[in-house]
Write a protein that binds this ligand. Structure first.
Ligand SMILES: *Cc1c(COP(=O)(O)O)cnc(C)c1O
Length: 458
């Protein structure tokens, strides 16, 4: 017999209380925060879906591994355990630990970027784009057209447009492209996966032109699960096998261990090229630490090593992907437009479609994110014109999509939490015609969404 309820494949082992608040209190908290959900105190949030980054619950085996951490400055056995766990899945020759993903990006693009260079990707994540641009290079996105259409049901909307990538390589020249990146899953594009066939095609193209291919592999296990579920001929494979095949197609990777490796902090850069690894290690020593710990404590390295064994569990991945789809499908059934198919780590509400009366430059995603907080204490995150609209030359251009991401922390919330989120979203929808837009009164020069101050337009 099979049942339709997918249970959480874990029991709760230690609890963190949620502090209850009223809508009146929350209206005050969000005004004090300059209508920026990043400026809220997390104690004032009921269900925190701001990000799945570093917000997951660790297992008892990970906590046990913490006790095993060896804090030696150099040559710690915890480092060897971590390195072996990474190489078990991604057998790159050099593994360079960092305190999180963006530190790996900073090091890689300091080594490879610079003025006149171009970095192609299916879609750059915000920190990746910022680090590419900070180096002086240009970040260019070549996700397939279906990936930009929120309602399109293509099973691999994270795929690279291989023809567009080849045209671009021929246009700007191989000498100006130090590396090609592939983000799995495509976070900024809706948590959408990349197919194994597309990874092969991009890898072949890179080989044809002698270009290195690097993975931004934050959600490699979720991506591998989608390949197993959706790609012809993959349904019987072990996820570990699929991950190793993906790794075999690339020359290196950047990684945030706050995502699929089930850590609260951590990251790494891994690669095969000896010379580039030497340059990167020297940069690492400058800003992160000695190469056997990067920016991490020995105990963190141990917890991540265990996380890497847990994340490839089929029971976990089945629950993970289906529980995210549970939220997305319920919103769809209630008439709330969301990016489809439902991604791996998050549900993305299409704020442009839900709030058609708010113009892009009045930030419909921001309006929705603020309302979800006021009504239900839910914290999501705008992924639209606030995040991507400000260009390096200072102009403001509407983003392709106006989304609010409800990211699901790993192993943290139960189905009743998610049922509450669904109810709140439906209440916000019922009142959506009354919502108004926002203007920015203060913003920093880059990554403005983190610290900008807003004011409602009345
Ligand atoms: C989170 C993330 C990063 C950056 O990692 P941090 O650990 O937050 O610095 C890079 N790329 C993608 C796709 C991400 O999701």
């Amino acid at each position: 017999m099979s049942f339709k309820t997918i249970i959480e494949p874990f029991r709760i082992h230690s609890v963190a209380p949620i502090r209850m608040t009223t809508p009146e209190q929350r209206a005050g908290f969000i005004a004090d925060a300059g209508y920026n959900v990043f400026s809220l105190r997390s104690d004032d949030v009921l269900i925190d879906l701001l990000t799945d980054s570093g917000t997951g619950a660790m297992s008892r085996n990970q906590w046990a591994a913490i006790q095993h951490g060896d804090e030696s400055y150099a040559g710690s056995p915890s480092w060897e355990i971590f390195r072996d766990a990474v190489q078990n899945l991604f057998p790159f020759k050099h593994v360079i630990p960092t305190h999180q993903g963006r530190a790996a990006e900073k090091i890689l693009f300091t080594a490879l970027g610079g003025k006149g260079k171009f970095i192609p990707n299916n879609t750059h994540f915000d920190t990746t784009r910022a680090n590419v641009e900070y180096s002086g290079a240009e970040a260019v996105d070549f996700v397939i057209a279906e990936g930009k259409d929120a309602a399109n049901l293509h099973p691999f909307k994270g795929n690279m447009d291989v023809q567009a990538l080849e045209d671009f390589i021929q246009k700007v020249g191989v000498a100006n492209i130090p590396v090609v990146m592939m983000t799995i899953t495509n976070n900024s594009g809706g948590g959408q996966p990349v197919s194994l066939a597309n990874l092969h095609a991009v890898s072949d193209l890179c080989k044809k032109y002698g270009l290195p291919l690097f993975l931004d592999a934050c959600r490699f296990a979720e991506n591998a699960w989608f390949i197993r579920e959706r790609e012809a001929g993959q349904g019987d494979r072990d996820v570990i096998d699929i991950v190793r095949e993906i790794a075999s197609l690339a020359d290196g990777m950047t990684m945030s261990a706050k995502k699929d490796p089930l850590g609260n902090i951590g990251g790494w850069l891994a690669l095969n090229d000896d010379e580039l690894a030497g340059v990167c290690r020297n940069l690492l020593i400058l800003t992160e630490g000695f190469p056997t710990y990067g920016g991490l404590a020995g105990r963190d390295l141990e917890a991540l090593a265990v996380g890497l064994t847990e994340i490839v569990s089929h029971d976990y991945l089945k629950y993970r992907i289906q529980s995210t789809a549970y939220l997305g499908n319920a919103l769809l059934a209630g008439g709330i437009p969301v990016v489809q198919p439902i991604g791996g780590h998050a549900v993305y509400i299409d704020a442009k479609a839900l709030l058609p009366h708010i113009p892009a430059l009045q930030y419909p995603g921001q309006a929705l994110a603020v309302e979800l907080y006021k009504v239900g204490g839910i914290r999501g995150c705008e992924i639209g014109t606030v995040m991507f609209g400000k260009k390096p030359d200072g102009t403001e251009v509407p983003a392709t999509m106006e989304l609010v991401r409800l990211a699901i922390p790993r192993r943290t919330y139960t189905q009743s939490h998610i049922d509450y989120v669904i109810e709140v979203c439906l209440a916000v929808k019922a009142n959506s015609e009354k919502l108004t837009g926002y203007r920015i009164t203060k913003e920093p020069p880059a990554l403005r969404h983190f610290t900008a101050i807003f004011e409602p337009i009345t």
